[in-house]
Design a protein around this ligand. Sequence first.
Ligand code: ZN
Length: 826
Amino acid sequence: MAEFTFRGEETIHCKILGKTKTISLHAKNLVVIGACMKEGGLEYSAKISHNKKGMSVELAFDHVLSPGEKILQITFKGVIGEKLMGWYKSAYTVDGEKRYMATTQFEQIGAREVFPCIDDPSAKAVFVISLRIPKNLTAISNTIEAATEEDGVYKVITFAPTPKMATYALAFIVGEFEYIREKTPSGIIVRIFVTPGKKSQAHFALDTAVKLLPLYEKYFGIQYPLPVLDLIAIPDFDAGAMENWGAITAREVALLVDEKQTSSANKQWVATVIAHELTHMWFGNLVTMKWWDDLWLNEGFASYMEYVGVDSLFPEWNIWEQFAVLDHNRALGLDGLEHTHPIQAHITDVEKVGELFDAVSYSKGASIIQMLVDYIGEKDFRAGIHYYLTKHAYGNAETTDLWQDLEKISGKELEKMMGIYTKKPGYPLVIVSCKGDMLYLSQVRFFNSFLSRKKVKDTTLWSIPLHVASSQNKRESFLFDIRSTTIPFTSYWIKLNAGETSFTRIVYDSLLYERLEQPIQEKRISSIDRMGVLRDVFDSAESGYLPTDRALYLTSMYGNETSYIVWANLTSKLNVVGNLLSETDFLSAFEEYAHSIFIEVGKKVGWEKKQSDVHEDILLRALVLSSLGRYKDIPTIKRAKELFQKIVTQGRNTVDTDIRGVVYALIAESGGEEEFVALQKMYVAEDLATEKNRLGSALCLFEDPVLIGRALNFSLTSDVRSQDIGRFIMGVFGNKRGKRIAWEFVTKHWDMLLVKMEGLGMDWIIEGASEVVSENLLSDITLFFAKHPHPKLEKTMKQVLEQIASNIAWLKRDGEAIEKYLTKRV
Ligand SMILES: [Zn+2]
């Protein structure tokens, strides 16, 4: 630990299937010192050669190894590094002194950086881990400690054998930790590990995990197979969390809750992360995808089940409504690109696997599961996944196994219907029009960009289960699986995909939109349907099915709106249009228009918490106040300044945690040098990750280009953890004056960022460039991407260029009409 190096000894019980003189194992950044094969009392040592590409090691024996069971012994050494992959160090402070822990991140191919192995998800084995560490430190691995032996200044901790499992879900963590624990009714020990001094922030996670574990055991009908479930808060972490079997690791902000400091939104996220990772104990760890191209079998299910788990524990959060905004809409966005990918991607190069950790695998996966559950019913779904998990337990599965197992239980033909959603890229748009007493329906593939729509000829036909809400008030359902159809229509208004459970969009003709105005205003259709109409009208405008002023006009029907998810969607759509207009000379007309939309709801929510507030009211308040501030509402900005003064003079606890982020954001958007320095000072002095995130986000929001540049440069100093650099860059891309500055920063530091962001980070950094609207910048970006190809970023680069081209084309096409609509209105 003093030198950040390690040495390892490994014994592999293996079976040689055919005569051979060589054995190849995965190994990366490792030095294999020695290897010998034990066979019938004899030992053969191997000549070791590290593969040039650096991904494997070859052991060559002089002797021909005969088939049969053998024991292979290997010694090796490696480094505990800086990048957040393999075995890496993470810093924490105790009594003002900086210290380091050593922690692992193995998914997807980090295990081979720590010990030679067959680092494929289908190569499962039982692992017995021993860690020899300094006496004063704690070691955590997948199972429970079975024995500890003293060894001079060291101790050797041996953990109980793991279940048969994949390498990517192993974990070895060594450092100073405190923990709190509880037992589930069936006797499983649940522990939350934190660095010294943070135990008081672990209670929410413990309470959530200890309740969720039995809940999932019941839901899946399968017991959790380990004696212990640990969740460990790691100060430096690449993604949000990682589902190591029995030893879930997570960012502090994704696991710790300080009741006074953590916002309701952050608390909701913590519960969601725990519910997501716990699902992986079954979907991922017990049954693993055969190869990475079926990643959605892990991530789609975890992204779906997190809502099942959170909804059971916190029904008052109404979390299923948020599914629509957080997952369904996100998936529709990414999967609307020409350069999306099918859920079941065909990837053979392990270097490109990282590309699959995106909204298609996670959110589209979850969305089509939602559609499936709605189609076959929850009872059959649960019975089906119980059957699937039991049948493939401790083994691997492919998508086709899932469909077949669900078909067997439900008796419904599913592979044909669902297979199109997993094997084909994109999703359908249902175009609806009415003439007299007939309704005309047709389906085509939806593209965000009308350039892509014109370019790509896709004749895929989807089977779309459609629920219908109408003025006759009876909910009907049918399966729309042909190109076009005509159905009798006797209602006045109609809303298709009622409940938004199917993975499709709907666009109506003008008459049907007009007839929807009143039901929207009078809230005669559900909040989720009001949200769906609004979302599709904006996105269909981008795609050229409707003029954008039609979408803007429709928003005026939402004046009485009270639903959080509708406002969340409306806010994000207005942000998209605001971004589109950010370099036009009628931006201020748009801002006045957007401002007018938030005034009424702003009066309703106010700054102060109310007795009657439910969870969504609290989220709505922060959303509305930050929008009012962004659109330059003078009283809102004035109030934010007063509250900020209070924080500066009397401490952060004087302002409620749910609006503190809004205060910081508005101070930055309307502030200058003085505010920048104040926020930066607070960031440096802050120890709490959740507060640091709020302050860091605000630092990216200044209008002054000099300050924007300073925020980016600050992200590279030792005051910012490397896990958070991406947040700064994304933040600046989201700033209407920051796009070129962010882009130039990314290109200037490209090589360094590639190294630092080796895990998941780099693609979402460049994704930030999707918001660019300028033609000049597009040609710079195109040129840079062409000169800097990268296997892990190839798909994201194409997506970014496609989205920018769409933005530019959209503005060219509709800019004038938008301007006219906005100025006429004033
Ligand atoms: Zn996951």
